[in-house]
Design a protein around this ligand. Sequence first.
Ligand code: FAD
Length: 483
Amino acid sequence: MTAGNKTNPAIMWFRQDLRLHDNPALVSAVETGKPLLCIYILDEVSPHVRPMGSAQKWWLHHSLMSLMKDLNQLGSELILFRGPAVEVVESIRESTGADAIFWNRRYGAGEQAVDARIKANFVGEAISRAGMLMHEPSAVRTGSGGPYKVFTPFWKAFRSGPPPRQPLPAPSKILPFTAAAESDALADWDLLPTQPDWSGGLAEAWQPGEVGAAQNLKRFSAEFADRYDTERDLPGPDRTSRLSPHLRFGEISPHQIWHTIAPRGIDAVSAARETYLKELVWREFAYHLLQEWPNLHEENFNAKYDVFPWDTNEAFLKAWQRGETGYPIVDAGMRQLWQTGWMHNRVRMIVGSFLVKHLLLDWRAGEAWFWDTLVDGDPASNSSQWQWVAGTGADAAPYFRIFNPIMQAEKFDPHGTYIKRYVPELKDLPAKYLGAPWDAPLGDLRAAGIKLGETYPLPIVEHKAAREKALAALNTMKERQAV
Ligand code: FAD
């Protein structure tokens, strides 16, 4: 690496890669032998850069604290800035004499525009590395050179392509730039909720930072990975890897995960482990889509749905958000989300389907609520998965396939473990009634201390009627298209 004069500092700009291990930009920056200025910029103002939701902000606060501690141990520190990144970087360059800047690439259109401007204008070297995805979104192509729109062929191409590179070690020491610019105080960014402080459940459920990420991976690989294919759909035992928020903030790289799960390569792993790796590649697919279709969280991927007759019922939306729909599996999911900032994947599909098909509400309302409340709210995965659920997306579940929330509860939470955990007012009801408590005999309800409509809501819509209404709405859309 040439990167200018050894006495001038280089900037290491941490973004969605809040880690020291397997951080290609950091490795390159350290290799220059220059003193390093490690920075993070909170940019909520650049055009088309979507500000983080509230739960992500909570995570960011703790993740930055963790990174600061880890950098301190290597003799460095993290300097915090807030504002439009293009201007902030230029002012740091001017005040410190930095003649090189390093970062790992991002894939949102707004973020890429910021990076392109900095690259074009930076006086010195602006060096970007690939650290967030196993393969660049543009590296996996169809036979005719275009992007994939369907997951299975994408997966096949990915699987038969070159394996992800091996993870890089963390630097053992970082030469600090001592005349560093003044840092913002993290507390002044107000990332933590105060009025009210709703984050107690998040703190109980998570340990943001690189150490927490490594622990989750180690535990999952040792205890659950070989049963992933049979257990991943069961929200009660909760045996997925819980790595999504760590990936979202780059506290762990997909390369580290891949090589821990498949140390001797994908051809040498159990079917269960391969299923897991395939899920990890769904994340890559989401970024592949985002790269080609940057407005994924705003625009229907499939423009046919632009004339879908969505309803606008505020009371329904509120009941869904609060977990008061009267369908226990939906309510359990929405309450898990509110309490812990995360929801099991199977239940995300159930609550998503319920919003767009039973309540006929626009998927964008669900996407926005998830964006605000999920600690793993991800620009690519959240929007592409909402579009998948709504039937509007690439490779989507067809709209006419409507999840039955009663049967989903019976099948995936047969003992009611999950529902009872998050909807405690139903905890004494026999599990066989938890899919549809309104069908339980009065005596059982009374014995469980439940008065439907008082201690737990009656269903806000009736399943069969809602299903018919959804199918009618689909027909209306088709008629509108025909005009
Ligand atoms: P595991 O089952 O252990 O999977 C490992 C990793 O693979 C995950 O951490 C994730 O990075 C990736 N992955 C798994 N399933 C998917 C998927 N369907 N799509 C993309 N990546 C996947 N995931 C997010 O990371 N952020 C989101 O904002 C998000 N929003 C979603 C919204 C809806 C409506 C739905 C149906 C799914 C959404 N997902 C999202 C995907 C999935 O639910 C989560 O990635 C998963 O539940 C995270 O838990 P885990 O880490 O234990 O997953």
